[in-house]
Design a protein around this ligand. Sequence first.
Ligand SMILES: Cc1cc2nc3c(=O)[nH]c(=O)nc-3n(C[C@H](O)[C@H](O)[C@H](O)COP(=O)(O)OP(=O)(O)OC[C@H]3O[C@@H](n4cnc5c(N)ncnc54)[C@H](O)[C@@H]3O)c2cc1C
Ligand SMILES: NC(=O)c1ccc[n+]([C@@H]2O[C@H](COP(=O)([O-])OP(=O)(O)OC[C@H]3O[C@@H](n4cnc5c(N)ncnc54)[C@H](OP(=O)(O)O)[C@@H]3O)[C@@H](O)[C@H]2O)c1
Length: 604
Amino acid sequence: MGDNPPPLEGGQSGQSQMPSIVEGINGVASSYDYPEPTPEGPYQILDQYHSKPRRLRVACVGAGASGLCLAYKMNKMLEAGTWELTLFEKNSHYGGTWLENTYPGVACDIPSHNYTFTWDPKPDWSHFFAYGPEIQRYFEDFAKRHGSERYMKLSTKVTEGRWDEEQGIWKLTLEDQNTKEIWHDWCHVWINGTGILNNWRWPDIEGLHDFKGPKMHSACWDHSVDLEGKTIGVIGNGSSSVQIVPQLQKIAKQVQVYIRSSTWISPPFGGGALAKVQGGKDVDPGHRQYEFTEEDKKKFRDYPEYHLDFRKGIEAEINGLFGMYRQGSELSDLFRKVITDEMNRRMGPGHQELKDFIIPTWAPGCRRISPGDGYLEALVQPNVEPVLKGIERILPEGILTNDGVEHKMDVLVCATGFQVAFKPAFNVINAAGKSIQDDWGTGVNLYMGVSAPRFPNYYTIVGPGATWSNGTLLPSIETTIEYAVKMMKKISTENIKAIEVQQEALDDLYNHFDTFHKNTVWKEECRSWFKDGKVKNRIYLWPGPTIHFLKSIKDPRMEDYNIRWRHGNRFAFLGNGDIKATVTKDVHGLSSYMRSSDHEWSVD
Ligand SMILES: Cc1cc2nc3c(=O)[nH]c(=O)nc-3n(C[C@H](O)[C@H](O)[C@H](O)COP(=O)(O)OP(=O)(O)OC[C@H]3O[C@@H](n4cnc5c(N)ncnc54)[C@H](O)[C@@H]3O)c2cc1C
Ligand SMILES: NC(=O)c1ccc[n+]([C@@H]2O[C@H](COP(=O)([O-])OP(=O)(O)OC[C@H]3O[C@@H](n4cnc5c(N)ncnc54)[C@H](OP(=O)(O)O)[C@@H]3O)[C@@H](O)[C@H]2O)c1
């Protein structure tokens, strides 16, 4: 390891410095078939078969669901021996969200049967909404089944990438998280798989660090602190707090919940499927978690078609509810009425001040809806105090609210959210020496949440503009990864040096976003991480349900991209007149269009 220059420097191929790639098919070989430098002089025919892939070196930031999916899809979609991959992961283990968030009650709020990769059903989930450790085990099991761990370089933080236009590579700067040593690597294609909600942050409250007792953030839980019988302050009213508070209520002497804004606490996503497994029983609306029986699991295992129908039913329900995000729609009005009634009922008689405060005036969905099992019920327990006054400052013993009251506590929990990934948290610098942060200014400039004009061969997985608000994220992650891998294939087989999306294409897309969002609930007066923690901001949410997004990115629209080739002639990849089957002497390959019925055919 060290500061070795990239192998292509001076136009020569060379030995890889990628340390995590093992010997073998996609491993460190002694010689490389990397793309050769642009030849000088007049155009010459390449002595190769049509579309012969060039070895592509890929680096991904992050080994959460996105990184794992990338390793799987590259194996599946690209020819073995033509690519290398390293998943650089800052943590000492992989899993991302589900490794880091270990607070009491952490669970998915999408039915667990739909929180797997779409092609990889898991019939034996223990609960309808699986808890965090089981989800983390799912991803670990997935990684083991597919050998994904061999691509990982753990405890390694990516701090910078600089595009070298001459060589057509990203030069990366990395930091070893144990030794703090800085080293360098490079890649042809760079994937940002850092997720949306990975960068937790302390709230900006005066005196926060003066607090004398234990203090923790929801995304960095301190399990060494004994919470039993303690007075605990929880700041926040988002999805994390909604899961934490009912758990703390059961063990604490007192829980003070500092609520700055109202929020919709809704019935669960996938309610139709839940009612089905519960066999139509009348279930307490505040406790809708369901533990699958051995019989349920056996049925899912033994009848894959039944299991698939079950999963499809949930997905169709979520995709079909997109109308609720249209302002003033029948569905939006219906949701407001149903959720308002249910929230009132769940808080029981009285508690008028809390009800008036917590039930929003803006439409459901403006801020992310939380299906909070047991949250409203916890808020009205005698050992819970919802604090509806603003926080003035934090004191050594507790919190001073702006009505002058000092609230004393033993432990402080900040369920105050994340520095949302509107921009990468590392430096991304283009050929002009400009960072993505400067290039984007105060906004975002990301086509379909994936590609940025002026930053070639760089793909973000489900960045701003993708489906942050519409059900499970995994299908969008998978399809965006397939998109990036299709780009890799094109780069590798057509001898492309740089491919970057056109600003005009993005301008048109944003024009569509802005026009569409004139009538969506997201523009209403709520503060939300969808809007970078602001009440008013441009809306970077996909203008349609997940399935609409998937249809839009399933096949890259090449007409929206500019391409620069490694050779002067874009058709250099046509080569010497051979196709692969000419070289391998494969009779079927040499006659693939001869068939007995009119089905699809292709030429390798
Ligand atoms: C508490 C919580 C609950 C959630 N529940 C749901 C749910 O129910 N349904 C749903 O669809 N989604 C949910 N999400 C969203 C969830 O984040 C995604 O579903 C998914 O797990 C994202 O995977 P990812 O790999 O893209 O990102 P992450 O899981 O965030 O992984 C990103 C990885 O990148 C690494 N990384 C970041 N920066 C660097 C760097 N500079 N160098 C190296 N490595 C880096 C991180 O350490 C991390 O391992 C939830 C999120 C949170 C926080
Ligand atoms: N699967 C799940 O069930 C689940 C669970 C947890 C998280 N998640 C995902 O993660 C996202 C983030 O959830 P989150 O709850 O961690 O964060 P969040 O939704 O951003 O909520 C943060 C909360 O902290 C409050 N807050 C922030 N700074 C504050 C301050 N200075 N003073 C007082 N209050 C302050 C916010 O108040 P304001 O509203 O006034 O800003 C808000 O109530 C979710 O939307 C969801 O996508 C999902």
